[in-house]
Design a protein around this ligand. Structure first.
Ligand SMILES: Cc1cc2nc3c(=O)[nH]c(=O)nc-3n(C[C@H](O)[C@H](O)[C@H](O)COP(=O)(O)OP(=O)(O)OC[C@H]3O[C@@H](n4cnc5c(N)ncnc54)[C@H](O)[C@@H]3O)c2cc1C
Length: 466
């Protein structure tokens, strides 16, 4: 097999031996499994040839973008060959309000390259690294989701390679828009070779506000109150005290006020609108006992936002590794959920911090653990399980933006009925009847489907205490 794969992509684009360990897990740390081989094709034609070969020989495979999935979507749990698409990173065209790019392009390179008054809106905090193919496959959100939507809202057309080797160009119309089935499919239905994305006009102006609160409840109430005043912030980020402490003790230090919680808010649009929205936002915050800060310079503003981008890596202050939960709950349930995360932290004696996109109700409790300690790893997974179960009970969904992967597969059974899951299984079968493409992810296996598990952590992830 190695010789044939090398024939397609060239010897230097094949990885075997110890170096495959670099691909044994994405940003989801509890489970690491070495792939047999990693292939890095350099063109769409090479990807097609690879898939045809793997398909003919019944070899399992998965595609990987930049490997920042927090749900383990690219962990090769079933011995898959990994096809890394990082070399497919071209910008093909910019026309009117559309840009067409290769799937391996890192998100931030779009706005860095665009020399117009347009911008690409979806901005996951991982935007410096994460790829457009990965963003589409996880329907990634970001700080600007409350106003501009998730990646879903910015995809116009896709060129996809189906597991049967056929290339299809889809989308661009308002009826039977087939792009939607590939957005959020986590690389289980086909391979995105090219994407045409929507660009928005840059807002005339934008304004940043920071609000500090002495109680989580007041901060939670302020999130809802701002919307009640008719304001849709372009970003509204929440940091709790544990996150603030972590950020202030790392290279992301932002000189935030020390408080139980802060909200970092951005308003954008026409100057007159932004002024009115600022007035209303300040009123809404003060009604909830918040103190408002306005940045004194661009440098201070940028420091505040950079601190927020560093909230996840700063968690290293507490712990060598962490799980990032991702339930999306009704905004009014945020304080209840946050208090529960602190109870769980005490119960399991594991550190917890919360930094998240409050504007769309996506909660990201980080739970620290030592990945070298199997018992502690399972304990962290259990702690996360309790939090996600409560989120679902309060009307939330198991994943707001990080996807299901292997991390949340068991919650699918809690959220969906067996009939719903069977519909998903039929869709998977229609696209990939041999189940060669990224199997045993996203949809819980049917009774007759075999998914191998490699250790206790893997088994617990799939079954847990559901
Ligand atoms: C520090 C940090 C911060 C983060 N912040 C956010 C955030 O704010 N918002 C958010 O939504 N997520 C966030 N994430 C999660 C992650 O960055 C996103 O899920 C991202 O979209 C993954 O992109 P990737 O290129 O790394 O994909 P990978 O991890 O390589 O792959 C993810 C999935 O996409 C599939 N895939 C990749 N390319 C293709 C393709 N061309 N065709 C078909 N399937 C493909 C893979 O098979 C896999 O199922 C964060 C992660 C980290 C580590």
């Amino acid at each position: 097999m190695i010789n044939k794969l090398a024939e397609i992509v060239g010897d230097e684009w094949i990885i075997v031996g110890d170096e495959v360990k670099l691909y044994s897990y994405p940003a989801f740390i509890p489970l690491k499994i070495d792939p047999p081989i990693v292939v890095l094709p350099g063109s769409e034609e090479e990807v097609v040839e690879l898939i045809n070969f793997l398909n003919e020989n019944n070899i399992r495979y998965l595609v990987r973008g930049s490997g920042t999935s927090l749900s383990g979507a690219t962990t090769p749990t079933q011995g898959e060959v990994i096809i890394s698409l990082t070399r497919l990173n071209r910008i093909y065209s910019v026309e009117d309000f559309e840009i067409t790019v290769g799937p391996g392009l890192a998100n931030f390179l779009i706005n860095k390259t665009l020399n117009t008054n347009l911008f690409y809106a979806p901005d996951p905090s991982s935007y410096v690294v994460s790829s457009i193919g990965g963003n589409i496959s996880h329907d990634s959100g970001g700080m600007h989701t409350p106003k501009y939507g998730t990646t879903f809202d910015s995809v116009i057309k896709l060129k996809v390679l189906l597991p049967n080797g056929k290339v299809e160009e889809i989308g661009g119309n308002n009826f039977f828009d087939a792009t939607s089935i590939f957005i959020g499919a986590e690389g289980t239905l086909g391979i995105i070779l090219r994407a045409t994305l929507k660009l928005f006009p840059k807002p005339e102006t934008s304004k940043t506000l920071l609000a500090s609160f002495n109680s989580i409840d007041d901060a939670g109430r302020a999130v809802v109150n701002i919307y009640k005043y008719g304001v849709t912030p372009s970003a509204m980020e929440f940091l709790d005290k544990n996150s603030i402490i972590a950020i202030e003790n790392t290279q992301y230090k932002a000189d935030y006020p020390m408080a139980e919680a802060i909200l970092l808010i951005e308003l954008d649009g026409y100057s007159a609108n932004v002024e009115e929205e600022e007035y209303r936002t300040i009123k809404a915050i003060r009604e909830c006992n918040g103190e408002v800060y306005i940045p004194r310079s661009d440098e201070e503003k940028n420091k505040w936002w950079w601190g927020r981008k560093g909230a996840f890596p700063s968690f290293a202050y507490y712990s060598p590794a962490y799980l990032t939960l991702d339930a999306n709950v009704p905004r009014s349930s945020l304080p209840t959920m946050l208090r529960f995360t602190y109870d769980i932290s005490k119960k399991y004696a594991l550190p917890v911090a919360n930094s998240f996109h409050a504007g769309d109700g996506t909660l990201h409790p980080l739970i620290g653990f030592d990945p070298k300690n199997v018992e502690e790893t399972i304990k962290a997974i259990k702690a996360g399980e309790e939090i996600t179960k409560l989120a679902i009970k309060l009307g939330g969904v198991p994943s707001g933006e990080h996807g299901i992967g292997i991390e949340k597969i068991k919650f699918m059974k809690l959220y969906y009925s067996e009939d719903d899951l069977n519909v998903m299984r039929r869709i998977k079968m229609a696209f990939d009847p041999k189940r060669l493409l990224n199997p045993c992810k996203l949809i819980p296996p049917a009774k007759n489907e075999i998914c191998n598990t490699v250790n206790r952590i893997h088994t617990y992830l799939l079954e847990g205490d559901i």
